[in-house]
Design a protein around this ligand. Structure first.
Ligand SMILES: Cc1ncc(COP(=O)(O)O)c(C=O)c1O
Length: 484
């Protein structure tokens, strides 16, 4: 029926339930913003490029000024507002830096927007595997040793694409990686989608911009109080020019950029730029109390970063009972506690970036979380399935088939066990966290098959092709699909 508005109706019901958000966007249902006027008049701010309102694609006035304030805060040569998320930032950053046929180093556990950029730019990726954190049971970050090895094997590669922090807030050796790359005249592009707030205080890890990266992309909407899709791109390079990136931003972003999103980016910049000592103390205390209460729950462990190298806003709990992270997530949702991400063992909370004196229903959240666990037996029956998250290899992987070669092949679907040693014809992305386990052109190993079986078994979700649920994979045949 055309009078129905299924999406709007569901949203409206959802927000009536007064759920407590431990997920993105960072404004947490608007609770982090005290700008009453902004919240109440959002629709009347939805304007277009009128005479006094400047133009995102050729800014000379208020948008340029707002972007200059952003660049000043981060210490970048030039910063840009993005209205299509870090997705568009990553696409423009890579398309605007690398050239067709060029080999680039890329971190294996990159977001799909990075992998899509690799595909669109027709560069040849050399995939660098992150380390695997045995305690957290997640892929973490690239080690300096890995980059040294890669540079030795591929001395001509001049672009490095990193993701920092990872989804769980780990930053690893980012500053050292950038130094090593620059020492070898390698341009460093960083997807810092989850780190827009790092600039605000020493309580957070060093921002990739401060650490000297050439181009950095950040989802302001994830941890700052910006509207969803609001992101930043910072250019700070001595090795490349910014004009190609600007060209792609203009090509890939809407010609009708949302003023509410852009205004929220301006507000979010001011929010973090004015984050002071008192705010930091307050936030520390709130996080400390939240973790302390979580620590009292017997069926979970509150994970800690190695040597403190991580984002305190990300709080990961690990199941020490027989329930998976996915199951815990569903049980908390029934109590109105919505978290950011679950995996086989863990559950990730994104804590609000509170400023001094701000109210957030933390006590209520703790009460509801405890209610879930009170009902559970403390069975001490630890999940046996270890290491189901992706990628334990320490390999540096080059694709077996380039984008062009792949387009000449046919695909066929085969059972998991028959796919071993074949060449993947699809991207397999367990979601969350949205990291490709296999990408087209990559050789399928026994390790891939083993992990896929485990992920299917524990009920992980996969983006894209559902054949994985049938325990099948698409591989390329030897036959060409068309002749030139
Ligand atoms: C590491 C990483 N990069 C990029 C993105 C894409 O960001 P956006 O949602 O702002 O387009 C995400 C989104 O989850 C992400 O986790």
């Amino acid at each position: 029926m055309q009078t129905n508005t299924p999406l709007y109706t569901r949203l409206s019901k959802f927000q009536e339930r007064k759920n407590i958000s431990f997920h993105v966007p960072g404004h947490k249902n608007g609770l982090l913003l005290s700008l009453k006027e902004w919240k109440e008049n959002l629709l009347s701010y939805d304007l277009t490029e009128l005479t006094e309102l400047d133009d995102l694609h050729a800014p000379t006035d208020i948008i340029l000024h707002a972007e200059e304030l952003l660049a000043e805060l981060y210490g970048a040569k030039r910063s840009y507002f993005l209205v299509n998320g870090s997705t568009v930032g990553n696409l423009a950053m890579i398309l605007g830096t690398a050239y067709e046929g060029q080999q680039v180093f890329v971190q294996r556990n990159s977001h799909k927007s990075i992998m899509n950029a690799i595909k669109l730019s027709k560069v040849k990726p050399i995939l660098l595997n992150p380390q695997y954190d045995m305690e957290w049971e997640v892929p973490s970050t690239i080690s300096v040793d890995m980059l040294k090895r890669a540079i030795k094997l591929y001395p001509d590669v001049k672009v490095l694409i990193l993701t920092s922090p990872n989804y769980y807030g780990m930053v690893g050796e980012l500053a050292k990686l950038i130094q090593l790359a620059h020492h070898n005249k390698i341009v460093v592009l960083v997807d810092e989608a989850h780190g827009a707030h790092f600039i605000g205080s020493n309580y957070f890890p060093i921002s990739a911009v401060e650490a000297g990266a050439d181009v950095v992309v950040q989802s302001a909407h994830k941890t700052l109080p910006a509207l969803t899709m609001g992101s930043y791109l910072h250019f700070n390079s001595n090795l490349i020019e910014k004009e190609r990136i600007e060209g792609y931003l203009s090509m890939l972003q809407s010609s009708s950029p949302s003023y509410p999103i852009m205004a929220s980016l301006d507000i979010a910049r001011s929010y973090i730029a004015t984050f002071n000592r008192k705010d930091e103390e307050y936030l520390r205390m709130q996080i400390f109390e939240f973790r302390k209460e979580l620590n009292k729950i017997k069926q979970i462990k509150v994970l800690e970063y190695k040597e403190g190298a991580g984002d305190p806003l990300k709080i990961t709990i690990q199941s020490t009972c027989s329930l998976s992270g996915f199951s815990l997530q569903k049980m908390l949702e029934r109590q109105g506690i919505y978290t950011e991400l679950a995996d086989a063992k863990n559950l990730l909370f994104v804590f609000p970036l509170l400023k001094s004196g701000m109210y957030y229903p933390i006590e209520e959240a703790i009460k509801r979380i405890k209610r879930v666990f009170e009902k559970l037996p403390n069975d001490n029956h630890v999940l046996e399935d270890k290491g189901v998250s992706i990628n334990i290899d320490t390999n540096i992987v080059e694709l077996k088939l380039s984008e062009g070669e792949q387009s000449l092949r046919k695909k066929k679907y085969v059972l998991f066990d028959e796919a071993e040693n074949g060449i993947s014809a699809e991207t397999v992305i367990p979601y969350p966290p949205g990291i490709p386990l296999l990408i087209p052109g990559e050789e399928i190993t026994s390790n891939h098959i083993e992990q896929l079986k485990k992920l299917v078994q524990v009920g992980a979700n996969f983006q894209g092709d559902s054949s994985v649920y049938k325990r099948m994979l698409a591989i390329y045949t030897d036959k060409e699909s068309r002749r030139s």
